[in-house]
Every structure is written in structure tokens, then in C-alpha cells.
Ligand binder design. Structure first.
Ligand code: ADP
Ligand code: MG
Length: 327
């Protein structure tokens, strides 16, 4: 199978009559027609074998994740997904792998009405780069720079389970099969919070998605906004879905491991966002309308820097730096 047969078989579908794409795969460029007056939101994320995923990961999960991490960026901006491109470097044509990968990708793409409109395919080490295009009304995009002193700080969903799974897959800890299976879902099939991001337009003062760990990622919001924040570590640590197991006595209860997973774990793909206290009702309504749990974990303060406190308000030493590819 050659390059063009491969593209035709696994990565080509007719454009949706109701979609934003006027022209999809097959020509030199795709053509997109966002709704009149809308701004385009654009983001790229690359997944590299050995760096972002194990070589033997389920290809269907990988197809899902490659698109999910990109949709997560649109979610963080409050943008509606329209289309994406796929640049793929493959060591060889492996049809079962391509079938699985494309199945995982199409399923998530269809769930969000997001169309594959083009890309590039070359031979080389396994490397997947997706670029997503979304739309957002002018001045309504959720940015990192809008947090103000007095705002509440929130996160969606659960945190830390992806990292817990990674620790187990690396052999650093052992987990019972059922606990590992659930945590592994979070690592390999993250849920982009697109519906929540749309609901937070006009409600949140700032937002970003959590890919590299809560502490480091929230610091990006603080820097961009010129503010600081206080995070309640105990409230946050409860957000690891595996906490029930870890504190049940079935497993070794390691409070520090839980903190590390939740605060610096990475791969969560939840949203962190801020909103003024006057918006608490609106935040709850956004969470309900999108079917996404949201938890208030702290507040924004004027003094720069991120401070961690426990449930009693006592300071917790911050040694929860995020992942940095070149750090
Ligand atoms: P060009 O020679 O203009 O770079 P290519 O030969 O790379 O075009 O690709 C042919 C067509 O297939 C283009 O429309 C391109 O967008 C599309 N394409 C290539 N690889 C992929 C892919 N992995 N997924 C989707 N579309 C792809
Ligand atoms: Mg090309």
C-alpha cells in the first residue's frame, strides 16, 4: 500500500454538508468557512513515541488521545471545534494499526462534529501532529490573562489518575487490576472538556487546560494575569478518582504519592479556570449544563506566586514542579 492509498483508505471522508469545511482531503489546501463574524481558534499538539506514549499502546486509544489533547486546547479557549489536520510520520504501513488508530480518531471527531480536512504522511519514527481549528465569537475566547485578585480558582473533573497509571505502568508502584484499568482510561483516553469550555464563555475570567500538572499549569495563568493564588492541597488531593482505593486500606496509603499525582502529575486534560465570586451560580450552571463536575480549589490573590495550604490553612511546601521537556 502506497502513501496515497493509505490516505484514501484511512484518512479520507467526504466533508459534512452541515460542517465548516468547504473542501477536505485531496487538494493542495482545505477550505474552511467559519460562521460569519467568528474568530478562528487554532492549536497544534504533537505526540512522539517513547516521549508521550509507549510503543505498544492500543492504537485506537492513541487515535483518540492524539485528537483529544488538541480538542482540549479548544475547550480551554471556549472554542467550538470545526476541523483538524493530521501530520503523521510512520515507520511502516501497518494496516491493523492504521485501522485502530483511525477508528479511535474518527469516533472522537464525530462526537464533536470535527472534520479531518488534510494533513501530511511521511515515513519516519512514529510521530503524530494534529492541528485543530475552532471558532469563537470576538472577545469571548477564554484567555490565560484574565484572572483578577478575589476570583475563585476551579478545576473540572478528576486529577492525578493519569499519573497514577503511568507510575504503575513504569513499575514504580503496583495497583490492583481494576484500579489500574480505571486510572489507565484517564491516561490513554482523556475527555476533552469542550462542552464545559463553551458554557464558561462570559463566566470564567481565565482558563487553560491541564496537560503538564496543576501547579505548573496554574502558574501560567498567574504569570499571564500578573496575579498570585492560594490552592487548598487537601481539597485538590481528594480529586484523584483512585483516592477511595488508596485510602480504603486495600492499598498502601501514600499521601505524598497522591499529592504528587494530583499537583504535578500531568496528562489530566481537565480545565483550570477562574471566575469572580459573583459568578458562583453561573459556574454551577455551566457545570450542570455540560455534565462536568467542577471543584473550587482556591482563590486568586494580588501577591504574585502560588501558595499551597492544607485544609487548616497551614502552608505546604511547594515541590510540585511540572513536567518540562527541556527542564
Ligand atoms: P502535497 O503534495 O500538496 O503536500 P500530499 O501529497 O502530502 O499533498 O497530500 C495529498 C492530500 O492528502 C492533501 O489534500 C493532504 O492534505 C492530504 N493528506 C495527506 N496526509 C494526510 C493525513 N494523514 N490525513 C489527512 N489528510 C492527509
Ligand atoms: Mg505534502
Amino acid at each position: 500500500m502506497g502513501e496515497f492509498d493509505l490516505i484514501a483508505r484511512y484518512f479520507t471522508r467526504p466533508v459534512r454538508p452541515d460542517g465548516a469545511a468547504v473542501l477536505g482531503v485531496g487538494d493542495d489546501c482545505a477550505l474552511l468557512a467559519p460562521a460569519p463574524g467568528m474568530q478562528l481558534a487554532i492549536s497544534s499538539d504533537m505526540l512522539v513515541e517513547g516521549r508521550h506514549f509507549f510503543a505498544d499502546v492500543d492504537p485506537e486509544a492513541l487515535g483518540h488521545k492524539a485528537l483529544a489533547v488538541n480538542l482540549s486546547d479548544l475547550a480551554a479557549c471556549g472554542a467550538r471545534p470545526l476541523a483538524f489536520t493530521l501530520a503523521l510520520s510512520l515507520p511502516r504501513v501497518d494496516e491493523p494499526w492504521l485501522a485502530g488508530f483511525s477508528r479511535g480518531m474518527w469516533k472522537l471527531a464525530d462526537a464533536h462534529g470535527c472534520e479531518l480536512v488534510g494533513g501530511d504522511t511521511t515515513q519516519g519514527p512514529l510521530n503524530i501532529c494534529i492541528t485543530v481549528f475552532g471558532e469563537v465569537p470576538p472577545r469571548q475566547a477564554l484567555l490565560r490573562s484574565g484572572a483578577r485578585p478575589g476570583d475563585d480558582l476551579y478545576v473540572s473533573g478528576t486529577l492525578g489518575d493519569a499519573r497514577l497509571a503511568l507510575e504503575a505502568l513504569l513499575g514504580h508502584i503496583t495497583l490492583p487490576a481494576d484500579v489500574l484499568a480505571r486510572a489507565r482510561q484517564r491516561l490513554e483516553r482523556p475527555t476533552p472538556r469542550v462542552a464545559l469550555g463553551l458554557q464558561l464563555r462570559g463566566v470564567a475570567s481565565s482558563a487553560m487546560d491541564l496537560s503538564d500538572g496543576l501547579v505548573g499549569d496554574v502558574s501560567h495563568i498567574l504569570k499571564a494575569s500578573g496575579v498570585g493564588a492560594v490552592i487548598d492541597v487537601d481539597v485538590t488531593t481528594n480529586l484523584i478518582a483512585a483516592s477511595a482505593y488508596l485510602s480504603s486500606g486495600r492499598g498502601h496509603f501514600d499521601a505524598e504519592l497522591m499529592r504528587r499525582c494530583v499537583l504535578s502529575g500531568g496528562d489530566d486534560y481537565e480545565l483550570a479556570f477562574t471566575a469572580p465570586p459573583a459568578q458562583r451560580g453561573a459556574v454551577a450552571a455551566a457545570a450542570a449544563a455540560s455534565g462536568t463536575a467542577v471543584t473550587r480549589i482556591g482563590s486568586v490573590v494580588a501577591e504574585p506566586g502560588l501558595r499551597l495550604v492544607d485544609g487548616q490553612g497551614q502552608p505546604v511546601e511547594n515541590r510540585y514542579a511540572s513536567f518540562d521537556h527541556f527542564g
